[in-house]
Design a binder for this molecule. Structure first.
Ligand code: NAP
Length: 313
């Protein structure tokens, strides 16, 4: 095989509880400790800027409301994400409290020069787009967003001209569109062919591979960066695969489990710029960033990975 390298429980007594809490904190700190290698990156075609192959989604996982402990737990995920070389965080006004929770995390960590902020505009009323984006910016507490995407193509004809004008004025760095779960691919294709977008976001994973036919090749041809959403099918794919032993190729790729195998499959496609798994757990974000390190599968092995998983999942 050839590999290409591109990295009803009784209450606990108080002292025991304190010791357990300290041990848990130490374990979390160890898990989040900066690794010795930086993640592999891919360049955004429009600019040549390199970003790590794995980012962080925030749908559901960061929608924790006002609960202080839950918000702090999300902040620890963000801390571990940056400590392990992560940069791109993706959110949307659609994701409940996720935006203020990101802002809470960024506020605790201090201003992070390495942050690559990916947001969305999500309103059917074009006239409301500007106010919504400004509210999102205030939630994050950033001076401007790096990437603004039209969420699920909603009113894209109204939003896109504004986003392109904001980019021309230096108020955004990149403009994009999103879809998921195979929806409206014909329209996505038409926009990719006719509009000067920098990014496209759609679903791509070991079992949802329709985009290999047209959208991924088109992105490469049109020099559009690709964000791959739902890499684990909202966790369902991993739950199905975790019942099965890892195939031999996983060890050859340096994968510690199915999550890394699933991510390596996605980010080794040459047209993919970054996969954006969401997680609420420090150990998982460290694991996910680990998939942007070490050997990557070549085309022949990628085909075998997909065939093996199709037989299992
Ligand atoms: N139209 C759009 O624009 C659109 C649509 C869908 C998604 N998105 C973006 O894409 C992101 C990712 O998609 P998604 O949130 O639907 O689902 P996903 O990333 O495919 O799966 C998230 C689930 O996987 C679990 N998980 C993550 N890392 C894991 C690991 N290492 N081991 C085991 N389980 C793990 C998480 O549970 P734990 O919390 O326990 O880790 C969570 O339940 C979204 O958050 C959003 O930013 C955009």
């Amino acid at each position: 095989m050839s590999l290409s390298v591109l990295g009803a429980i009784a209450p606990m007594p108080a002292p025991a509880f304190a010791a357990a809490a300290a041990a848990a904190a130490a374990a979390a700190a160890a898990a989040a400790a900066a690794p010795t290698t930086t993640p592999l990156t891919r360049r955004i075609p429009a600019s040549g800027e390199a970003i790590p192959l794995v980012g962080l989604g925030t749908w559901i996982t960061f929608n924790v409301g006002n609960d202080a402990r839950a918000r702090d737990a999300c902040a620890e995920v963000v801390r571990a994400f940056f400590a392990n070389g992560g940069r791109l965080i993706d959110s949307s006004p659609m994701y409940g409290s996720s935006q203020p929770v990101i802002g809470h995390a960024l506020g605790k960590l201090g201003r992070l020069a390495s942050l690559f902020s990916a947001e969305k505009v999500w309103t059917g009323d074009g006239a409301r787009g500007a106010a919504q984006m400004e509210a999102s910016r205030a939630h994050w507490g950033v001076p401007r967003f790096d990437l603004m995407q039209v969420h699920n193509l909603l009113a894209w004809e109204a939003h896109l001209p504004r986003l392109l004008a904001m980019k021309a004025e230096g108020r955004l760095r990149y403009v994009g569109i999103t879809t998921s779960e195979g929806r409206r691919h014909g329209e996505v294709e038409r926009i990719m062919k006719t509009q000067p977008i920098d990014f496209v976001q759609f679903t791509y994973n070991l079992v949802d591979r329709e985009v290999e036919e047209r959208l991924l090749p088109l992105a490469a041809e049109r020099r559009i960066a690709v964000l791959a959403n739902r890499p684990f099918r909202e966790g369902e794919l991993l739950r199905a695969l975790q019942r099965h032993k890892l195939p031999g190729w996983a060890a050859e790729l340096g994968c510690d489990g199915w999550a890394q195998a699933a991510l390596k499959f996605i980010v080794s496609h040459p047209a993919v710029t970054c996969a954006i798994p969401a997680t609420s757990q420090v150990a998982h974000v460290v694991q996910n960033l680990g998939a942007a390190r070490g050997p990557m599968p070549d085309a022949a092995l990628r085909a075998r990975m997909a065939a093996d998983v199709a037989a299992l999942a």
